[in-house]
Design a protein. Sequence first.
Length: 299
Amino acid sequence: MTADLRSFAGVSRAPFLLLPPTLVASGAAAAAWDGAFSWPRTLLAAVGLVSLHMAVNIFNEWSDMRTGIDLHTERTPFSGGSGTLPAGGMSTGTAFWFGVACSGLGLAIGVWFIQQVGWVLLPIIVAGAISVVAYTDVLARIGVGEMSAGFGLGAGPVIGSALVQSGEWSEAAAWVAIPAFCMTFNLLLLNEFPDETADREGGRRNLVILMGRKKAAMIYAVAGLCTPAAIVFAVAAGALPLPCLVALVPSLMLAKPLKWALRDPEASVPIPALGANVIWNLATNTVLAVTLAFAVITS
């Protein structure tokens, strides 16, 4: 079986790889607000995080094919996998080694950064590595998959992207990491609702399965509302500049998913709500990065 470029893009879920650059941008901009910034290090951090995100996606597709989840899931534009492996676009062996290669590139960049800024970065690297390797077959089966995603593709990259600038802790990045955690947590959580039946049959133990749809939907609503609340609190505390309040605007996108979560979580998640969930996430991270950069330039 010969895989083409479309198949490689499919198993890596290329359309969803916009998230890592927004996280790196917001973390680097937060570090710049606190006085440290390097373009080369920021770009290299983005390459490393995109590679690791690709690895998570690839291993997820590889595992879901092996366990049969991919053969029973109901795919939407935002959940259920790419369908590349069930369609025969790539062998599971090729997917596995593609994931290993992406992991290796991300790890190599992480090791280089440790050499440059010191061991302060090691906990972030280790936690990220665990999230990549163990998410699908371990973490998503013991009820901590959403927490792992929130850190591994949310808070961790924001803090790490700030640390690689100079090796110094950034208070602004720590605050920016809170909404990043909540949004990526919710990004995964909402996408788990359409996959509930297939995930249950495949041995997953996520919040939707463990707590039921109503309670999991309430957790989604709380985490969603915590995002704008964290931004307001950080600005009020003086940890983030006033322009960051503009980052509250994307939270208007929460209207559709919150309406579903609070009114009828037993029903299927509307496709527009799934789309709004993605846009909210990407837009909030991006606006935080832009407003922090604006504050640095105008201060």
